[in-house]
Design a protein around this ligand. Sequence first.
Ligand SMILES: NC(=O)c1ccc[n+]([C@@H]2O[C@H](COP(=O)([O-])OP(=O)(O)OC[C@H]3O[C@@H](n4cnc5c(N)ncnc54)[C@H](OP(=O)(O)O)[C@@H]3O)[C@@H](O)[C@H]2O)c1
Length: 261
Amino acid sequence: MALITGGLGGLGMLAANELAISGKDHVVATSRSGRPTGMPPALQQLMAAMQTTCPHYMVKADGSDGAVMLDTIQAFCRPGLLAESAVTLGTIITATRSQLETMPDELVRPSLETLERIKKEIIDTSKEASEKVQFGADVTVEDAQEVRDREDEVVDLISKLKTRVDGGGTGPAQLRAIQKTGSELAEQVQELGVRIKNITTQTTLALPQRRMGIETIVHAAGVLQDGLIVPNLQKAPDMWSKVYGVKAHGAWQLHQATTAL
Ligand SMILES: NC(=O)c1ccc[n+]([C@@H]2O[C@H](COP(=O)([O-])OP(=O)(O)OC[C@H]3O[C@@H](n4cnc5c(N)ncnc54)[C@H](OP(=O)(O)O)[C@@H]3O)[C@@H](O)[C@H]2O)c1
């Protein structure tokens, strides 16, 4: 997860987009308003495009307020939050299914590998769930059914992809070539939005879940104050405090709030 203070401003939005492209699973943007009010059209377009590849959260949090930042960071790090993996998994299944016929040969094998990893994760999760149920954990009927349905869908896609690999006219030499460039192709699959890192059906279950972690922080919150360098002497303290309150004090608050993580 990436946290960007001032994440709905110009620099913050550019950073958000780059982080989403680089594969962050969630981007959290903080600002005092918590809304993209007055965002220029070009940034709105960028944000809309970014939101198709990465969950984007807008949080109202004044970066110069230490308590607010601590609460915000802790809220986003608590186990079970951002439990959208089932949606992500569903998206992947839908995307793979819709691209099955037209998928270029070189993407078939990496897609197959991705789905096989997902399948393994689903099976591990089911196993873990049934173990926890024995110790009194509560798994709803819907959640259990969801895991089973997802597994069926994944198994079905795997068998279809295997047919393409085995029977789609790909000879041994071509197969070897595909394997050789496997890691390169896996990156392409990631670029298509097929990310396995965060796919865990654990999050569809009412069980203790993994703790979300902040991997990246960009401190882009700021306010401008013209005339700061050659200030009006009477107004200078207010002007400095307005600008440096969020920049320097905000950075310090972030440092303190994340020390506890
Ligand atoms: N753009 C540049 O070329 C450039 C160059 C050098 C330095 N900078 C500095 O980099 C920073 C960001 O630039 P920018 O162009 O992205 O500015 P921007 O478009 O005005 O964005 C600033 C963002 O910070 C938020 N913000 C302001 N005070 C905040 C606070 N106390 N807590 C949380 N969020 C706060 C604002 O939202 P709310 O108003 O809703 O809080 C806004 O989303 C500024 O400090 C700027 O001085 C920019």
